[in-house]
Write a protein that binds this ligand. Structure first.
Ligand code: DX5
Ligand code: ZN
Length: 221
């Protein structure tokens, strides 16, 4: 069943020169998860942060760290992010040869497991692993950068995924990531999402604006 909307600010849009402060600021401003975008310059054309930074940030918030891995190979790094303090570890099916094995690895480390679907990746990619998952992330932009525009074709994928999750009757987060703002959030929630990633929309206007920014994406005014 669709849960009340959670907001997961992506720290990709934070001020990297003061990342600890930024994480504390979105925590206080009402973030439900802290979304950490990990990119390797190989699976996606951008480089961001690694496990050492996740570990350093851990002390700055008790909220779940929602770690989105856009890296390949994948299995060799999963234990490092688990050790660093990730709570949810999300991987792309294209990042490794054996998705089922990667999911079991995440769970064996006591972490919640997520799978991220690129805009062109069909829902069928998770047909045989959905019951094992704690989260499915629908990418509404191509992974690699913040500040891109929402790809509307993903709304149908969100609707179909909502039906599958409800049919299964398990508590699985349906997270949507990319180009979400106060103007399109309601439509994404209506389609069935219960976790919204928001990078640009959260971190605009400086720390004093974060609470209002989060409230607006969640559906307030
Ligand atoms: C893209 C990342 C997203 C992105 C979200 O590869 O996974 O989390 O940074 O940023 P906005 O909200 O700016 O699209
Ligand atoms: Zn992300």
């Amino acid at each position: 069943m669709q849960q009340p909307t959670k907001i997961a600010p992506s720290i990709l849009s934070a001020d990297f020169a003061k990342l600890g402060e930024e994480v504390r600021a979105v925590d206080v401003a009402g973030a439900d998860y802290i979304h950490v975008d990990v990119m390797d310059g190989h699976f996606v054309p951008n480089l961001t942060i690694g496990p050492a930074v996740v570990k350093a940030l851990r002390a700055h918030s008790a909220k779940p760290f929602d770690v989105h891995l856009m890296i390949s190979p994948i299995d060799v790094f999963v234990p490092q992010f688990a050790e660093a303090g990730a709570d949810i570890i999300t991987v792309h099916p294209e990042a490794g040869a054996h998705l089922h094995r990667t999911i079991q690895l995440i769970k064996s480390l006591g972490k919640k497991a997520g799978v991220a679907l690129n805009p062109a990746t069909p829902l069928g990619a998770i047909d045989y692993v959905l019951p094992d998952l704690d989260l499915v992330l629908v990418m509404s932009v191509n992974p690699g950068f913040g500040g891109q525009s929402f790809i509307a074709s993903q709304l149908e994928k969100i609707r179909l995924l909502r039906q599958r999750i409800d049919k299964l009757g398990k508590k699985i987060d349906l997270e949507v990531d990319g180009g979400i703002n106060a103007d399109n959030a309601a439509e994404v929630i209506k389609a069935g999402a219960d976790v919204l990633v928001a990078g640009t929309a959260t971190f605009q206007g400086g720390p004093n604006a974060y609470a209002d920014n989060i409230r607006r994406v969640r559906g307030g005014h």
